[in-house]
Design a protein around this ligand. Structure first.
Ligand SMILES: *Cc1c(COP(=O)(O)O)cnc(C)c1O
Length: 342
């Protein structure tokens, strides 16, 4: 098998999802125009739909979640400003230092607690006095879900209120906010309450091939639009891509509950294997600890059995819309046989 074939059970990430036939039809039929001129009706529809869904005035479509996060950081912060962020956060750790490189924005990373939150005391202590010795504390950036963990609404409300009281703005990296919202059983607007901007990935569990949206007020989004142009993210007949995103928001949100069930099923199955330590998943991400000595052989064995995964001593497996319950059962069976024969 080649890596392109859909018959692989691919647990590496929920970014590996492929557009369904219905989504491809929506892309095929999309009305398009030049979005740099604001002329693409499908992009405009997606942006209006996302803004309305999450309770914001405006939204902006961009090629990736890294870009929507960067647009938000650049729109909120100027040169010599800083953003307070978790050590484990994508906007700090996994975006190539873009805020510093491209925005002269200083990150102030703080430890994430075991539940993924940053303690309010740590946030408060990190906010710097207005004094010329210090960078200007300007923004609190949180992430939900973070490593598959869900931040509670009471926490995000407390953290965003604290930030606002201290004169900071708030940004949510909501790459997987729909997973959080489904888990919490709240509306999209409730899930992002307290945030001045939110970035939402369309290309993860929601199944679109490309794209993220940034939601915020009109002023912020017009600032982000300017940065998007500067970063080369202005796309022309982007409606074909936006149609996939729109389809994703309209059809693939409620079904995330299934991915969460599959993650739980996977964790319960793997927990029967003595050599493994399995964390109870909250959403679609399962973490499994195993002896380092097993990793190389396990990776080969999984591959021989049509399963793609990144095997490490602290292994992450991600469920998504191209993984069925039968796939999960196969994965459990393959793991079980592997560890039984060692
Ligand atoms: C995937 C992801 C992003 C954005 O990733 P892109 O690949 O640039 O779309 C941002 N934040 C988090 C938490 C993510 O998981």
């Amino acid at each position: 098998m080649t890596q392109n074939q859909t018959s692989w059970i691919d647990l590496r990430s929920d970014t590996v999802t492929r557009p369904s036939t219905a989504m491809r039809m929506a892309m095929h039929e999309a009305e398009v125009g030049d979005d740099v001129y604001g002329d693409d009706p499908t992009v405009n529809h997606l942006q209006a739909y996302a803004a309305d869904m999450f309770g914001f005035e405006a939204a902006l479509f961009a090629p990736s979640g890294t870009q929507t996060n960067l647009l938000a950081l650049l729109a909120h912060c100027g040169r010599g400003d800083e953003y307070i962020v978790g050590q484990e956060a994508h906007t700090y750790k996994y975006e190539g230092g873009g805020a510093a490189v491209l925005g002269s924005i200083q990150p102030q990373p703080l430890n994430n607690q075991a539940d993924g939150s940053i303690s309010l005391a740590d946030i408060e202590a990190a906010i710097k006095p207005r004094d010329f010795h210090f960078a200007r504390s300007r923004l609190l950036a949180l992430e939900n879900t973070i490593g598959g963990r869900v931040l509670s609404t009471s926490y995000t409300q407390a953290a965003t209120s604290l930030a606002h009281q201290k004169g900071l703005a708030t940004h949510l990296d909501g790459a997987r906010i729909c997973n959080a919202m489904i888990k919490l059983g709240v509306t999209p607007a409730q899930a992002v309450q307290g945030f001045d901007s939110v970035s939402v990935c369309l290309s993860k569990g929601l199944g679109a091939p490309v794209g993220s949206v940034l939601c915020g007020d009109k002023t912020l989004i017009s600032e982000a639009l300017r940065w998007r142009k500067m970063l080369g993210g202005g796309m022309r007949q982007a409606g074909s891509l936006a149609a996939a995103g729109l389809y994703a928001l309209q059809h693939n949100v409620a079904r995330l509950a299934q991915d969460h069930e599959h993650a739980e099923r996977l964790a319960n199955g793997l927990r029967q294997i003595a050599a493994l330590q399995v964390q109870t998943p909250q959403t679609n991400i399962v973490y499994v600890d195993m002896p380092a000595t097993a990793c190389a052989d396990l990776a080969d064995y999984l591959k021989q059995h049509g399963i793609l995964a990144r095997v490490t001593p602290h292994m992450r497996m991600v469920t998504h819309l191209d993984i069925s319950a039968a796939d999960i059962d196969k994965v459990i069976a393959v793991f079980t046989t592997f560890f039984a024969t060692r």
